[in-house]
Design a binder for this molecule. Structure first.
Ligand code: GLC
Length: 579
């Protein structure tokens, strides 16, 4: 008999970018109180684990990914009391909460860096990576290492005549993990928040933690830009700056720390880049590394039957039990997923059905559930420091990067959540000025409007999430292919089953084509189904065509009962929005 895995393998995760989710105090910036106000909604939507982008003390030069005090909360987001209340209230609902931890670097305004930059023999000098420049006068960077955004990763500090290294932007200096004091300090931060009751950590650019001690040049590469499956680019293979064996060892060390917290168990999900084989190494051969890693291939895979099957196959091969894949359609750095399907909500439903029925932990980015669009904004107006970094490049290049899934102005995917049709879309009080403009589609695309329409994308997410909660096989059951020779290649069909726990399986049909496909459903007599196009659910009919870009999920009557129970009643959903 197959038993179910730990909770973090079975959960569904929802990413909140706190600055843009809900502004309770009317300063135009989302805050922790705002998140607390929306817990009714999130619970009614049916997500189980919340991941919050960083809200720690920070100059906000990279909107929180530049931390200046890991133990304090940025005043614009609230206070430590708010965090405690948020953790408690999330737990009181049986939900979980995951924080975003930036281990690789700090803000240049962090007291550690301020102390480190003071002089060459400052006591904290070796908390960061300082080197002499190249001879004869040291005015050229120590080696050719590039930042992840292109350009040299080295930054000259005239006060001491040395260079420091930053994997991302110059105000985010990399910590020196070869100094044991740094490691101890950062592991203390991790322990502190785990002890405060959080359920896991999302680890920011975890692949960059250790750099090679040789400081040898990175080799040349013809690759102009990185991609989902290959992080090398900007004409360099970053062999000495990412995926270092010591980083993999550190993943295991971190795992041991996290495993010290057992009630409940906690988990780590790493932001790392590369092909499945590279990513898998972060989980440890003996499953003793990071619990999960993001598999960003889902962001760029072609949406055709063959390509989707290949992607799933790749994940299944690389992450067999006890490992688990993840499934991401968007995040705070990437173009919003609705653009993958040219704004077509039916196709967005199909993607949601794939994400929520395939084997792997789903990560939903806020607003995805209503098909929130990117908010096109000129590069030079971007508040995002990456936009500032690239502001002089020509427009065609912006498009070139975007087609590769790289957003140069990440403000576009971070615009405020669209709750309703009010002036500020319910994100902030009407008289407030939101930190980023409200998307002009807000009167048509918002939570309240879709909540009133049972065939909306939002309702589709609710149904799928409810199904996943009701059906153990969908949580961490095995995946096998449905061999049906009559099905066209563009229909992806698989079964999820969990032997022994409940004697049933769930069959999933996903039509990645413009054509209707006749399905013979005789074998499913007596079972129930949910189909995305019109949000139909009920007994399986004898015959039914699978519409263009439609998903159909077939399960047994017991699951159907749970699925159609109070969890998805429209009254409960409407009430949750009043919160
Ligand atoms: C990660 C984050 C991104 C941030 C960067 C630097 O890629 O997702 O938002 O800017 O790391 O911390």
């Amino acid at each position: 008999m197959q038993t179910q895995g730990p909770w973090w393998k079975r959960t569904t995760t929802y990413q909140i970018y706190p600055r843009s989710f809900s502004d309770a105090n009317g300063d135009g910036i989302g805050d922790l109180r705002g998140v607390i106000d929306k817990l009714d909604y999130l619970q009614a939507l049916g997500v189980e684990t919340l991941w919050l982008s960083p809200f720690f003390q920070s100059p906000q030069a990279d909107f929180g990914y530049d931390i200046s005090d890991h133990y304090a909360i940025a005043a614009e987001y609230g206070s430590l009391t708010d965090v405690r209340e948020l953790i408690d209230r999330v737990h009181a609902r049986g939900m979980k909460i995951v924080l975003d931890m930036v281990l690789n670097h700090t803000s240049s305004a962090h007291p550690w860096f301020l102390a480190s930059q003071r002089s060459r023999d400052a006591p904290m000098r070796d908390w960061y990576i300082w080197r002499d420049g190249k001879e004869p006068d040291g005015k050229a960077p120590p080696n050719n290492w590039r930042s992840m955004l292109g350009g040299s990763g080295w930054h000259y500090a005239p006060a001491t005549g040395q260079w420091f290294f930053a994997s991302f932007l110059g105000f985010q200096p990399d910590l020196n993990y070869r100094n044991p004091a740094v490691k101890t300090a950062m592991l203390d931060v991790v322990r502190h928040w785990l002890a405060a009751g959080i359920d896991g950590l999302r680890l920011d650019i975890f692949n960059a933690i250790f750099k090679d001690e040789s400081f040898a040049d990175n080799p040349f590469s013809w690759r102009p830009a990185p991609s989902e499956s290959n992080p090398h680019g900007f004409f360099q293979r970053h062999v000495h700056t990412i995926d270092h064996p010591d980083t993999l060892a550190f993943a295991r060390e971190l795992r041991a720390v996290v495993d010290g917290f057992t009630d409940p168990p906690r988990f780590l999900v790493g932001e790392v880049f590369g092909n499945a084989e590279t990513l898998k190494r972060y989980c440890g051969e003996a499953a003793d590394g990071l619990h999960l890693v993001f598999l960003f291939e889902t962001l760029s895979a072609r949406l055709r039957g063959h390509a989707v099957r290949e992607m799933i196959r790749g994940f299944e091969d690389a992450f067999p039990e006890p490992f688990s894949p993840t499934f991401v359609l968007g995040n705070h750095d990437r173009p919003r997923s609705i653009h993958r399907v040219k704004g077509d909500r039916e196709r967005a439903k199909l993607l949601a059905a794939l994400q929520l029925t395939v084997r792997g932990v789903p990560f939903i980015y806020y607003g995805e559930e209503i098909g929130m669009p990117n908010h096109d904004m000129p590069l030079h107006e971007g508040l995002d420091p990456v936009a500032a970094r690239f502001r002089l490049i020509p427009q065609w290049m912006v498009g070139w990067f975007r087609r590769r899934g790289i957003l140069l102005n990440r403000d576009e995917c971070r615009s405020p959540m669209l709750w309703n049709a009010a002036r500020n879309a319910g994100f902030a009080p009407d008289k407030a000025t939101p930190w980023l403009p409200i998307h002009p589609d807000s009167p048509a695309t918002n939570v309240a409007a879709q909540a009133a329409h049972p065939d909306s994308l939002l309702w589709c997410y609710r149904h799928l999430l409810a199904l996943r909660r009701a059906e153990p096989a969908l949580q961490d059951g095995a995946l096998s292919w449905l061999e049906m020779p009559t099905l066209p290649d563009d229909v992806v069909a698989y079964r999820r089953s969990l032997a022994g726990v409940a004697d049933h399986a769930v069959d999933v049909f996903l039509n990645f084509s413009n054509r209707e496909v006749a399905l013979d459903l005789h074998a499913y007599a007596g079972r129930s189904c949910y189909a995305t196009r019109r949000g139909e659910h009920g007994p399986v009919p004898n015959a039914r065509a699978l519409g263009a870009w439609e998903a159909m999920i077939i399960f047994d009557a017991e699951t159907a009962q749970k699925h159609e129970g109070p969890g998805v009643s429209s009254e409960a959903f409407a009430d949750s929005l009043d919160g």
